[in-house]
Design a protein around this ligand. Structure first.
Ligand code: ADP
Length: 494
């Protein structure tokens, strides 16, 4: 019955060889002709197809709708794609389905109206679409969860993508910056450099990434800047290209690096100090040892001679040297402990500590009366009370010890507030210190007059304590005979 059609203009040849499945049906959908591609697509033999209607080739769920449409179609036949706006599926003989594009072409002939249905298997396209959608979802997930800011700009430097990390980092929302120039996020001079760069790039295609080998800064919405690390990738896209910038806020890293450098410097300094310390300590400990060695030899000789008087003297010298060594060792031990054993800081009443220390030394000036002037408004400090007491005691003891033959010994104690810290002082009118010794006296075992008692460790200990508390210690004196003032600063707890 279809022969008249198939003969027409090689129509039959074309149908037979088409890669799409094709069927000619009557207006009710009964299959009158099918091509090999259709057989292959649905898994039926030609004879089998001849027994079917198009409804047999579609999944159950589409049949109702198809029937309705066909009723309308019979009244107003026209060529059209089928199932507009729907995802259509073909139903194979084995019950499996495949996605398809189907179009219907109305064939009008003397013999009646027929429909040419073309079935195009779109499984591959669907798979590709799904893969693409998957890919997009994955890329989105990366964009959304990245800790680094990811910003995509076009060739003109206009922002296309601005991920949540970028929003957090720069303080703008994606909607606010989309279509804006990337220079919005750059402080000058990078901004001007960037503009020049883009202009040159557009003109010549020459690329030069900004900021290699030097610090690059980002500019937040609030106007503040922060150090960033920037990687730029270029993506060719047809005849234009995109630039993807991955930006990391390196504020924390910079801080850590600076801290590390400062620590390293401190450590190096401490090491050098320790070396000096060991050198002087061993040197100073040696001298009483030599005394002991010397006098034990003498003791032996005195014993041989039976000279008891000399023996007693020798023993006294040996004892004195041993006890000096003991004092030295104890002081050294004390010094080594300061940095380690720290009691938790607490509020310290400086007034109380000063009065206590003054009472301890008041009677040491035989015969002369010590006058003290202690400022009333001595501010409290925060720190380790025991250690801070040692500071006062050492300084006040020294003031008394180095009073010389001053007839009216006077010690003044006070404080003054400076920016963020309080500077306390102990001033005496004693023997004073030559300016050239003003640093030296804080070193270990440094004594200006070897004939006064002491180990030369006192001020080193005071210095350590003050430094452990975050302050510093220094001296001021016009010179010999002119008295001196020791100052130490502590953080202002207020
Ligand atoms: P010591 O424990 O032997 O007293 P310090 O370290 O306390 O040693 O002091 C070091 C040296 O600094 C003292 O030997 C002295 O020469 C000098 N010195 C310290 N305080 C005073 C002061 N108030 N007046 C003059 N010289 C001082």
């Amino acid at each position: 019955m279809m022969e008249f059609l198939l003969k027409k203009k090689n129509f039959g040849v074309w149908l037979e060889s088409s890669l799409d499945g094709m069927a000619i049906t009557d207006i009710k959908g009964k299959i009158l002709f099918s091509n090999p591609a259709l057989e292959k697509l649905f898994g039926y033999a030609r004879e089998e197809l001849a027994e079917l209607t198009v409804e047999d080739l579609m999944p159950e769920r589409f049949r109702g709708r198809h029937r309705e449409e066909r009723a309308g179609y019979a009244e107003h036949p026209r060529s059209r794609p089928m199932g507009e706006g729907l995802d259509l599926f073909g139903l194979r003989k084995d019950g499996t389905e495949f996605p398809a594009d189907i179009s219907l072409i109305l064939l009008e002939a003397e013999q009646g109206r027929f429909v040419l249905a073309t079935v195009h298997d779109i499984s591959r396209r669907k798979l590709a679409e799904k893969a693409l959608a998957n890919q997009t979802v994955r890329l989105r997930a990366i964009l959304e969860t990245a800790v680094d800011a990811i910003i995509v700009i076009d060739e003109r430097g206009l922002i296309e993508t601005f991920n949540p990390a970028a929003e957090r980092m720069f303080g703008y929302t994606e909607a606010e910056v989309k279509g804006q120039s990337i220079t919005l996020l750059m402080p000058s001079p990078y901004r001007d450099e960037h503009n020049a760069y883009i202009a040159r790039y557009l003109r010549t295609g020459e690329r030069r990434v900004i900021g290699i080998g030097r610090e690059v800064l980002g500019l937040r919405r609030d106007g503040s800047t922060f150090p960033i690390e920037l990687t730029v990738a270029e993506t060719p896209l047809g005849n234009h290209r995109l630039f993807t910038g991955i930006i990391r806020d390196v504020t924390e890293r910079r801080k850590a690096q600076e801290q590390q450098a400062a620590l390293l410097e401190q450590l190096t300094e401490k090491n050098a100090e320790l070396e000096r310390f060991i050198y002087t300590a061993s040197h100073d400990l040696k001298s009483p040892l030599i005394t002991i060695q010397g006098f034990s030899g003498m003791l032996e000789q005195s014993a041989t001679r039976g000279d008891f008087e000399r023996m007693r003297g020798d023993i006294r010298r040996i004892r004195a040297a041993a006890s000096r060594m003991q004092t030295l060792l104890e002081d050294l031990l004390e010094l080594s402990r300061i940095g380690r054993v720290a009691n938790p800081p607490e509020k310290v009443s400086m007034r109380a500590l000063v009065h206590e220390a003054v009472e301890l030394v008041r009677d040491r000036l035989s015969g002369r009366k010590l006058r003290t002037e202690i400022s009333r408004g001595l501010p409290d400090a925060v720190g380790d009370p025991k250690r801070i007491f040692e500071v006062w005691l050492n300084l006040i003891e020294n003031a008394v010890k180095f009073m010389g033959d001053q007839d009216e010994p006077l010690i003044e104690i006070g404080a003054e507030a400076r920016e963020g810290e309080i500077v306390y002082f102990v001033r005496d009118n004693g023997i004073g210190i030559e300016p050239s010794y003003h640093t030296k006296i804080f070193g270990l075992f440094e004594r200006l007059d070897p004939n006064t008692e002491g180990t030369g460790i006192g001020l080193a200990i005071v210095k350590r304590i003050v430094e452990v508390h975050g302050g510093s210690l220094w001296v001021d004196s016009e010179g010999q005979g002119l008295g001196c003032t020791f100052y130490f600063s502590l953080r202002d707890p207020a």
